[in-house]
Design a protein around this ligand. Sequence first.
Ligand SMILES: *[C@@H]1O[C@H](CO)[C@@H](O)[C@H](O)[C@H]1NC(C)=O
Ligand SMILES: *[C@@H]1O[C@H](CO)[C@@H](O)[C@H](O)[C@H]1NC(C)=O
Ligand SMILES: *[C@@H]1O[C@H](CO)[C@@H](O)[C@H](O)[C@H]1NC(C)=O
Ligand SMILES: *[C@@H]1O[C@H](CO)[C@@H](O)[C@H](O)[C@H]1NC(C)=O
Ligand SMILES: *[C@@H]1O[C@H](CO)[C@@H](O)[C@H](O)[C@H]1NC(C)=O
Ligand SMILES: *[C@@H]1O[C@H](CO)[C@@H](O)[C@H](O)[C@H]1NC(C)=O
Ligand SMILES: *[C@@H]1O[C@H](CO)[C@@H](O)[C@H](O)[C@H]1NC(C)=O
Length: 355
Amino acid sequence: MDAMYKYMLAFLLLFGSGVGAQLSLDPLSAAVLRGSNVSFKANVTGVWKVMTWNVGKLLVLTILRTDGVIESLPRYVARNISTGSAGGAWEFSIVDVQKSDTGPVVCTIQGPIGSKTATLQVQERGTIKISSGNQTVNQDQQAEFRCELSGWFPAPEVSWLLDGQPANTSLYNTTFQEQGSTFNGTSVLTMKAVRDATVQCRAFLSAANDLQTVYLSVVPTPTDWTVLIAVVLSFSIAALLVLLIILIFFCIRRKKEKEKELREGRLQGRAVAARPRNGTINLGFAMDDRTSTDQGPARTHARMTPSVERDLSQNDDPRIYQIPPVDNPARNGANDFPGGENVMEYRKHRHLTHV
Ligand SMILES: *[C@@H]1O[C@H](CO)[C@@H](O)[C@H](O)[C@H]1NC(C)=O
Ligand SMILES: *[C@@H]1O[C@H](CO)[C@@H](O)[C@H](O)[C@H]1NC(C)=O
Ligand SMILES: *[C@@H]1O[C@H](CO)[C@@H](O)[C@H](O)[C@H]1NC(C)=O
Ligand SMILES: *[C@@H]1O[C@H](CO)[C@@H](O)[C@H](O)[C@H]1NC(C)=O
Ligand SMILES: *[C@@H]1O[C@H](CO)[C@@H](O)[C@H](O)[C@H]1NC(C)=O
Ligand SMILES: *[C@@H]1O[C@H](CO)[C@@H](O)[C@H](O)[C@H]1NC(C)=O
Ligand SMILES: *[C@@H]1O[C@H](CO)[C@@H](O)[C@H](O)[C@H]1NC(C)=O
């Protein structure tokens, strides 16, 4: 009870002295385009008699709580927006905002309530033009787009869009110069032409933004056939070389094998896989006149049936033993030669049977 009484007393004291009266201003800052209208609302709680509005250094409008607007300069208006509660509310408007309106907008209540200040910025929409226009560029060449901006205030934020997506800021540079009360500028976008794209230059101010669109057409570079052919050729040549090397390697190996076989064949005097030419191998043949002293006891020489026996020791090829097929009972022993390590030398004979 005691506390409540204290609060009530404090409220009465404040209300009675007018200390609790307040002025609120909304908005406290505004940015509008030149030529448009802008409004500020002032709300006063408490007792007041006179409200004045200053724009820049000029007192432009005076309101009496009881009579409304009593004096104003052209382009400045106010209307009663009070809701019937204590105090009052007024909307102050500037019609056809001019550059000179830029600066503080001050609402003052005569008396202890005092004043509130808002800030007005008057922006200006300039022009925007991609002076380079539509471009046709060869693939992978650099494409350069110039965006010319003129008559903006303040200098707008410039950005580029490629196919609607913001371009990397590293792709463009923007410079502005103050030209009288406005700004001129140029933004240059340099990019590699990869594919067709819509290119947009955008100027942004809080009160205005503008966009210019051009198109980039990319001419695909014809496929470089010489390079392709060179690549294919070099690959083919490489493959051929590898094949050739493999072939040569195998040839050499085969030759060596053959020579080895030949040597062994000669040494052993063995008939090595002879392919008959005009006859068949006489399986019953055997070397004769062996000079080795180390002959095994089981040595059995299959002798040819009587026929022409010609010494062909001059013939180097031990495989040529051509005789017509003879059903020789001694064939089983035909290849029964000794190991060969001790065989020093023997003559080769060619046994031919002429029918
Ligand atoms: C600005 O206000 C004037 C007067 O109220 C009105 O005639 C005009 O249409 C308004 N202009 C804009 C852009 O709202
Ligand atoms: C003024 O302020 C009072 C108290 O904050 C509020 O009740 C009233 O709605 C406001 N009036 C306007 C027009 O904003
Ligand atoms: C402003 O509006 C309020 C509420 O409608 C009203 O009580 C008051 O008389 C008006 N003031 C003027 C000066 O017209
Ligand atoms: C660019 O091309 C588009 C359509 O391809 C066309 O509408 C536009 O006028 C062209 N712009 C310029 C500056 O040539
Ligand atoms: C922009 O480009 C730079 C260098 O070219 C790169 O490091 C960076 O990641 C890029 N930023 C974006 C958002 O792609
Ligand atoms: C932007 O300007 C800087 C410095 O002048 C330069 O190094 C850079 O290459 C320019 N970038 C573009 C996209 O023009
Ligand atoms: C800026 O604008 C003025 C007037 O429109 C023009 O004469 C001047 O060449 C422009 N400067 C640039 C850098 O664009």
